[in-house]
Design a protein around this ligand. Structure first.
Ligand code: GDP
Ligand code: MG
Length: 425
């Protein structure tokens, strides 16, 4: 039996989808435990290139049970559409289970996300407008809808009508938009419930049985440590915890069963949306890294927006690995840096003239300036290399330097976007 969490040490888009897909081959269950369709996990395998949003990254293996835990934000339409798209592209029908307690993203969550960003105008967060912040706000405000409620129509109608008392008041007076009608929202959910039904289950019992049977479970994090509401760059964070520690709650697995935590960090930095980003670079320097990054440039898998670019940030990544409780680290996208003569790395922050190794609170993060050190580049293509020893000396030195600086063991090095481009160390 093993339970492994795969989580981001940075701002998200570290390449978690790739390693989840890679490790899913030897797993029985892959679980998403937080977030919703705002995720974008890129996977390139024999079926083609996919950007998964709602679905766990184990969907390409028929023997894997893919679970959406109670901690996620279930967009029913997006879930069904993504599943159908997968099948239409030749992927065998995946096994998909959804916790009966998972809450449902409703049309007003998506609208409120959009209207609030419009209202904030210049000060907007750069939301993916998937309804995530309004959804989690309602969940903790106790006016959310659980998946099981869709199958009790009276209860569903009462709950949505109750929520609309509040929503319609805001729509009318704050946002000056048209109000909404409960019957329409209920009708749309009732129409798809037969398609949803086979997937809905009691995931507490499912995991209890799976653990008893010694099944191998992968917990798939979304976004990264910097987006955690408590430990990240609040309020430029997401609205559910992105930490491995939350996987226990968001999936429904006893904390002591999670024995391996793989924190994924990029060999450089990228960040989508607003917020402080200390090692950020601009202009041509950023443009070139963006063009060469990812599998075909660094553009959001969900929004298509150009990602903000930066050098590797030791301060943020060490902290990211700490809050994730990493037992090992994957350094991803190392191949991308092969064009540089010299590679700058942010090794400390300088805040009002003082240098620090410690990741600061958001108010001080905004005042932080990067202290850079320069490493030698290797100026060669490394995507076909599968053994650490075979990497160019400069690349090995770069990996060793990062490992020593962050203080967590780098056990995996990803050298290309395809499934097999991985070095196990
Ligand atoms: P996730 O959200 O953490 O799953 O990451 P994304 O899929 O949003 O972004 C990572 C991007 O890098 C995607 O375009 C991947 O195909 C790509 N990718 C992942 N690992 C590697 C790698 O080692 N090298 C290269 N060149 N691209 C990679
Ligand atoms: Mg992503």
């Amino acid at each position: 039996m093993s339970v492994t969490a795969i989580v981001g040490a940075n701002w998200g888009d570290e390449g978690k989808g790739k390693i989840t897909d890679y490790l899913a081959e030897e797993s029985d269950i892959v679980v998403r435990f937080q977030g919703g369709k705002n995720a974008g996990h890129t996977i390139i395998n024999d079926y083609g290139k996919f950007a998964l949003h709602m679905l766990p990254s184990g969907v390409f293996y028929q023997n894997v049970v893919n679970v959406l835990g109670p901690g996620i934000a279930l967009d029913v339409e997006a879930f069904l559409k993504e599943k159908e798209e997968l099948v239409s592209r030749g992927v065998p029908e995946p096994q998909l289970k959804i916790s009966e307690r998972a809450q449902v993203v409703l049309p007003y969550h998506i609208l409120f996300d959009k209207y609030e960003e419009e209202r904030l105008a210049k000060n907007q967060f750069g939301s993916t407008k998937s309804g995530i912040a309004p959804f989690y706000a309602d969940k903790y405000y106790k006016i959310g809808i659980q998946a099981a409620d869709i199958f009790q129509e009276d209860r569903l109608t009462t709950k949505i009508s109750h929520a609309l008392d509040i929503k319609n008041s805001l729509l009318e007076h704050l946002y000056k938009k048209e109000t909404m009608n409960a019957d329409k929202i209920v009708g749309d959910l009732v129409r798809v419930r037969d398609k949803l039904k086979p997937h809905i289950c009691d995931t507490v019992t499912l995991f209890n049985d799976a653990l008893k049977d010694g099944k191998r479970i992968l917990l798939e994090g979304q976004l990264g440590a910097m987006r955690d509401p408590d430990y990240g760059i609040y309020p430029f964070s997401t609205s559910s915890s992105t930490l491995a520690g939350f996987a226990s709650v968001g999936a429904g697995i006893p904390p002591h069963k999670i024995t391996k935590i793989i924190a994924v960090t990029k060999a450089y930095s990228s960040c989508v949306g607003a917020g402080p980003f200390v090692s950020e670079i601009f202009g041509d320097e950023a443009g070139e890294l963006r063009r060469r990054g990812g599998d075909s440039g660094e553009y959001g898998a969900t929004t298509g927006r150009p990602r903000r670019m930066g050098w590797f940030d030791v301060v943020a990544t060490r902290y990211g690995c700490m809050v994730q409780g990493a037992t090992e680290v994957e350094l991803s996208l190392l191949d991308v840096l092969g064009y540089l003569d010299e590679i700058p790395v942010c090794v400390q922050y300088e805040i009002e003239g003082e240098k620090t190794d410690t990741f600061p609170v958001p108010g001080l993060l905004e005042k932080s300036k990067p202290v850079l050190k320069t490493m030698a580049g290797w100026k060669t293509q490394i995507s076909d290399i599968r053994k650490f020893e075979d990497l160019p000396g400069e690349a090995k030195a770069y990996v060793d330097f990062i490992e020593e600086s962050i203080g967590f063991p780098i056990k995996w090095i990803s050298v290309g976007s395809r499934r097999d481009a991985m070095i196990r160390r």
